[in-house]
Design a protein around this ligand. Structure first.
Ligand SMILES: NC(=O)c1ccc[n+]([C@@H]2O[C@H](COP(=O)([O-])OP(=O)(O)OC[C@H]3O[C@@H](n4cnc5c(N)ncnc54)[C@H](O)[C@@H]3O)[C@@H](O)[C@H]2O)c1
Length: 250
């Protein structure tokens, strides 16, 4: 399916990676819906790309149901859904239940709730593409927050389950970048990789959709580390322990 002429919904589209994808897909001829908790920001992005803004809290079933139903009422279908909204709230071993709740509600239940509403629609329409913005922290845990890393492992798990149980009718992808230069990036503190630009991530998303690969990774390191983990889990842990100690995180 080509992006041109399709209906694309992007959660967390008011900022960062979501905004970058909205701008690129609109330039490619898509009808883009920018959905975000931040309605002013969504309005601004939608106005600049000729798209539609919708207020949505991805952790609320009722809010996502409205987003999906209103979009289908307007356009007749959703071809691409990007479950991209996320929170980078930090936390180490002392992270509170509140921080854990927020990370799990947005980063894990966000894609789960979206899939509940969007995937049956795509299946009855003969297909579609469902994309979860996970993270490299969902493939290999780095020196990012405890609750963030665990929630992103679960986000990859959500995408994997959907791909197995609803593909190939619904194509599912998990975007797994390392640190990206967005307003969220400072939440991650000192990091192991040079930040990627939003444009680099969006380039990789366009290429990954085209190639049909499940994992969309804008740079090589996380996939190399993921493979190393599969081959030698203990070696992988020891290597990362040294790197984390080098950053003074333990
Ligand atoms: N920036 C990074 O380094 C990085 C790296 C890997 C993955 N990611 C992931 O990329 C995705 C986008 O992050 P970003 O870097 O563009 O951050 P960002 O902070 O620029 O954008 C996140 C957007 O999500 C929205 N949002 C937050 N909670 C929401 C909710 N409950 N409902 C609807 N919208 C909500 C925010 O209002 C914001 O517009 C996230 O899932 C993030 O975890 C980011």
């Amino acid at each position: 399916m080509s992006i041109e002429g399709s209906t694309v919904v992007i959660t967390g589209g008011a900022s960062g990676i979501g905004k970058g994808m909205g701008e690129r897909f609109a330039a490619m001829g898509a009808n883009v819906v920018i959905a975000d908790l931040n309605l002013d920001g969504a309005n601004e992005v939608a106005a600049s790309i000729g798209g539609t803004a919708r207020e949505c809290d991805v952790s609320s079933d009722a809010s996502v149901a409205s987003l999906v139903n209103d979009t289908i009422a307007d356009t007749g279908r959703i071809d691409y859904f990007f479950a991209n909204a996320g929170v980078g709230v930090g936390g180490d071993i002392t992270a509170s239940d509140e921080l854990w709740d927020l990370s799990l509600k947005v980063n894990v239940m966000g894609p789960v709730i979206a899939a509940r509403h969007v995937v049956p629609h795509m299946q009855s329409n003969g297909g579609g593409t469902f994309v979860v913005t996970a993270s490299a922290a969902g493939l290999t845990t780095g020196p990012v927050s405890f609750n963030y890393a665990v929630s992103k492992h679960a986000a990859v798990g959500v995408a994997e389950w959907l791909a197995i149980n609803h593909g190939p009718t619904v194509k599912v992808h998990a975007i797994c970048p390392t640190i990206v230069d967005t307003p969220m990036a400072p939440d991650f503190g000192e990091v192991m990789f040079q930040p990627l630009s939003v444009a680099e991530v969006v380039d990789s998303v366009v290429a990954g959709l085209d190639a049909g690969t499940f994992i969309i990774a804008p740079n090589e390191q996380p996939m190399a580390m993921f493979l190393a983990k599969a081959h030698d889990y203990d070696g992988f842990l020891s290597n990362l322990q040294h790197r984390v100690q080098g950053l003074g995180n333990s």
